[in-house]
Every structure is written in C-alpha cells, then in structure tokens.
Design a protein around this ligand. Structure first.
Ligand code: SAM
Ligand code: SF4
Ligand code: SF4
Length: 365
C-alpha cells in the first residue's frame, strides 16, 4: 500500500471521501466510483465491490467446479438479513455488488434482492450459468448493470460439462433476446479453461460464437484449489489443462483479439499466460470483499476454509476494520499471486499503473 507523506496527499485524503459522499448524494455513480477507487489507490479504507454468493445451491453438476462442495448444507442469509447487509455496505461506501453462488437465480427472492440493491444505488452484476435466465429475465435484468453468462463450449458439449440438457441452445437463444430487451445491461460470456476445452478448435469456435452474438467473451484460467473444507483436490486436478495447451491457445487468442474478435481478456493477461509468467503483486482484496451464502466474510487465501468473521455474529461495519482484511489489502496480499483468474491479475495490474487492462475493460463497460 502507498505510504502518505506529503501535505498534498493528506489534503487529497480528506477531500476524496467528501467528494465521494457528495457524488453519492447527487447520484453521480461514475464519479463516486472513480473517487472511491482513487482513494483506495492512495490509502485503503475498505473494498468497494461485494461479491456475494447469495446461495450455495445449484441446479448444475459441473465436475470442475471449485465451489461445488461449498457449504451446500449451510444456512443461507434470509431476504431481510441480505437487505440489512446491503444497506450497511452501501452506507459504508460500497458501490458494486456481484451476485454469484451456487446459482444465484435459484433464489426465489432474487428479484426482491436485486431490486433493493439497485435502488440503494449499487451497480449490480449477475454471474450465472444462464439456465434460468429466460424464465427470470423480466424480474431481474431491469436491476442489473452487467450479466456474465458461463459458456465453456460452443456446442451441446456445454450441456454435458454442466449437467443441464439443452443449456447451450437456451443460452444462444437467450442472449439476443436479453440484448434486445435490455440494451443498457452489458452481457459478457465467461469461458472457464479446463482440459476439455483448452484446444485451438474449441476456443476458436467460442470466439466465433461471441462474434455472432455480438458479445464479449472472457477466457479465464482454471482454479485447482477447492473453495471448501471438504474439497476433493484430485477432482479439480483431473480437469485442469496443461501449461503447453494454455500457451498455445492464448497465443492464438492474442491473434484473434488483434483481428477484432470480441475477446475481453487484456493483452497483458494473454501475454502472461502464453509465456507462463503469471506472477504479480495482488491488489484484488483492496477492491473486493467476497461473502458466502451464510454471511461468512471470506479470507481469499483460505476460501471456504477459515472465514474472517460472520455478519450474524458481528456488525458488518466492525468486520470492515478486521485486522485480517487490512493485512490482505496490505503487504501480505501484495506478496501473494496464487490466484490465476483474469479479474485478479487485471485489477492488480491497474493498481500498479498499467492502464492496458483498464482500456480493455472500458470497451466492455
Ligand atoms: C462459481 S460459479 C457461480 C455462478 C454460476 N453458477 C456460474 O456457473 O456461472 C462462477 C464462475 O466460476 C467458474 N468456475 C467454476 N469452477 C471453476 C474453477 N475450478 N476454476 C475457475 N473457474 C471456475 C464458473 O465456470 C463460473 O463462470
Ligand atoms: S453452475 Fe456454477 S456454481 Fe453450479 S456447479 Fe457449475 S460452476 Fe459451480
Ligand atoms: S492472489 Fe492471494 S491475495 Fe490475491 S485474491 Fe488470490 S489469495 Fe487473495
């Protein structure tokens, strides 16, 4: 974290939160976010994006899922508990909210939750397997800024990978409908690179499909660490691609992106994967706060294993001052780069002053 020394910085530090509060009152969301990010770059207060697994239930059975064994029997937060949490987070200065899980659309109150969050002023993102999107579209999408739909194959092989018959066709039919009815909501496809799809043929087909659907696509690396106490490490290792196949595919992705395919990955990330040099100083915990379905605040280094605290046991604002969160946002987090996802790498690169990932993202959002 940057150490403040000059009086100018001290003045800036006083003015930034005031500016962000004024922007919030005036409902100038972009300005509020910009000032908040600048503040977290200069001196960290707490994250601004809550990544909330609003349920750990799922209607899919992906063998590669790092969150599969995750706490499925644990007690989900109720609608009222979620609303109280979101209100506290918004008052504390959080501006983004990501719904994920499990499958977030499995919650019967997803419309009430997303509407509430949107009215609080959050920019909401839904990460979904897409299976229930057509059914729930009109109840949920009006409250979303962004939707990320998982898509691992450009064919019915996707149905087999996810264990949901007809899923591929459903996604291909839903995306144009979604874009037609809700043009302000950004739609993004997200491919998880596992052994079975890390081939030039599969990746090329996915890039072609994204082009046809006029939608950006992210190719994200595979996590081999289970996010659960009962996780079966071998199951994940069996699904992981080889480094050689990743290097081959990411070299091709660079070419496709240069040719104008709608590939959302930054060149910075693509180059690191294709040369097998994904080391970086992680700044992700400065911006993001992951939460489990039962209200656990996640320690990103021990996901699903040793939570930092639970919002049922401690007020949220008190948890935000927890020493472990401060550690993760400081030198301890910066010394780590065990996560391979593009989101971790790109957020960290931007914090280090590399604007290429920012430019890449700004084409999408
Ligand atoms: C945990 S899921 C939750 C949201 C929703 N169920 C879905 O699949 O989109 C969020 C994302 O994590 C990805 N994912 C699952 N297991 C993974 C792993 N082992 N490594 C990397 N990404 C993974 C999924 O493909 C999905 O894009
Ligand atoms: S749909 Fe998402 S949460 Fe469900 S098993 Fe697959 S990756 Fe995991
Ligand atoms: S790389 Fe390390 S510090 Fe960064 S999100 Fe992953 S576990 Fe946390």
């Amino acid at each position: 974290m940057m150490v403040l020394s000059s009086p100018r910085r001290e003045i800036l530090l006083k003015q930034l939160p005031r500016g962000a509060a004024l922007a919030k009152t005036l409902r100038l969301k972009r300005l509020e976010k910009g000032l908040g990010l600048l503040e977290s770059r200069v001196a960290w207060r707490h994250p601004m994006n809550m990544i909330h697994a609003i349920t750990s239930r799922c209607n899919a059975s992906c063998a590669f899922c790092a969150w599969k064994d995750e706490t499925s029997q644990r007690d989900e937060l109720t609608t009222t508990e979620i609303k109280t949490l979101y209100k506290a987070a918004r008052q504390a200065g959080f501006v983004w909210l990501t719904f994920w899980g499990g499958e977030p659309l499995m919650r019967s109150d997803i419309d009430e939750i997303s509407s509430y969050a949107s009215h609080l002023g959050f920019t909401c993102t839904l990460v979904t397997n897409g299976s229930l999107l057509a059914k729930k579209m009109d109840r949920v999408v009006p409250y979303l800024g962004n939707i990320s739909i998982s898509l691992d194959f450009a064919s019915a092989r996707h149905d087999d990978a996810r264990g949901i018959p007809g899923l591929f066709d459903r996604i291909v039919r839903t995306v144009p409908e979604l874009k037609r009815r809700y043009p302000k909501t950004k739609v993004l496809l997200n491919c998880t690179m596992m052994r079975a799809n890390t081939t030039p043929g599969e990746v090329h087909n996915l890039a072609e499909l994204a082009k046809e659907l006029n939608t950006f696509i992210i190719f994200n690396l595979f996590r081999t660490e289970s996010a659960s106490k009962v996780g079966d490490a071998q199951r994940l290792k069996d699904s992981a691609p080889s480094q050689d196949s990743l290097a081959e595919v990411f070299t091709m992705l660079r070419r496709l992106k240069t040719e104008g395919y709608p590939i959302a990955n930054s060149y910075s990330y693509i180059d690191r994967i294709s040369t097998n040099t994904l080391s970086y100083r992680c700044h992700w915990p400065k911006i993001n706060l992951p939460m489990e379905a039962n209200g656990d605040v996640v320690d990103c280094m021990h996901w699903g294993i040793s939570p930092i605290a639970n919002i049922r046991e401690k007020p949220f604002t008190e948890i935000l001052r927890h020493p472990r969160l401060i550690e993760l946002a400081g030198e301890c987090g910066e010394a780590c780069h065990k996560c391979v996802s593009m989101h971790r790498f790109d957020a960290s690169a931007i914090f280090e002053g590399n604007i290429e990932p920012l430019l890449s993202w700004s084409r999408i959002f």
